[in-house]
Write a new protein. Structure first.
Length: 184
């Protein structure tokens, strides 16, 4: 009979030991969570190119990139080509898009709102590209830009928008979480 009474105790001890190991692993995992970087929990970032913002059937190449620049007396905004449409696939997603800053609003020495443009001088020295090639960017943390010729990467929540400024009609908006110089 002693063999029968020891058997359930032995099984109970094995089960207790197994439960204890699982409990320790779980507690150990929970202790590590606060030390994991924020990036470990971040959602995927979609890397966009300016051509991605064009409708699939559109092949717009800005005049400035073709070497054709009209220097008329008309305001640059009035020379903006019409947009052939916008893309909605990235609405609400976190994206990264490189470009150049055309400042709209400042806080102290930093830019808090700007138009992200695909090439140097767009909207300032040459007519703006179509609305589907412009992104209105806002940021809570002012970015101290080195000027209009600084290339940047902007990462944040992306969406379709219809914004009108004195410089151009804009087709997209981005709430920036991170603005950094474009890697050379």
């Amino acid at each position: 009979m002693s063999d029968r009474s020891e058997l359930p105790v032995a099984e109970a001890l094995k089960l207790h030991a197994k439960t204890d190991r699982v409990r320790r692993r779980l507690l150990g995992s929970m202790l590590v969570l606060p030390f994991l970087s924020k990036q470990a929990f971040a959602e995927d970032i979609v890397e966009l190119r300016w051509s991605d913002l064009l409708p699939e059937s559109d092949t717009f190449v800005p005049d400035v990139l073709r070497g054709v620049i009209e220097h008329e007396n008309a305001p640059l905004a009035s020379q903006q080509p019409e947009s052939s449409g916008i893309r909605t696939e990235w609405n609400g997603m976190t994206v990264r898009l490189p470009g150049f800053i055309v400042p709209i609003d400042y806080s102290g020495a930093g830019v808090t709102a700007f138009i992200l443009v695909p090439y140097v001088g767009a909207c300032v020295h040459v007519p703006p590209p179509p609305a589907n090639q412009l992104v209105f960017v806002t940021t809570e943390h002012p970015y101290e830009s080195e000027g209009l010729f600084e290339a940047v990467n902007v990462t944040g929540r992306f969406g379709v928008s219809s914004i009108s400024t004195q410089l151009a009609e804009i087709g997209y908006a981005l709430s920036a979480d991170k603005i950094e110089p474009y890697p050379a």
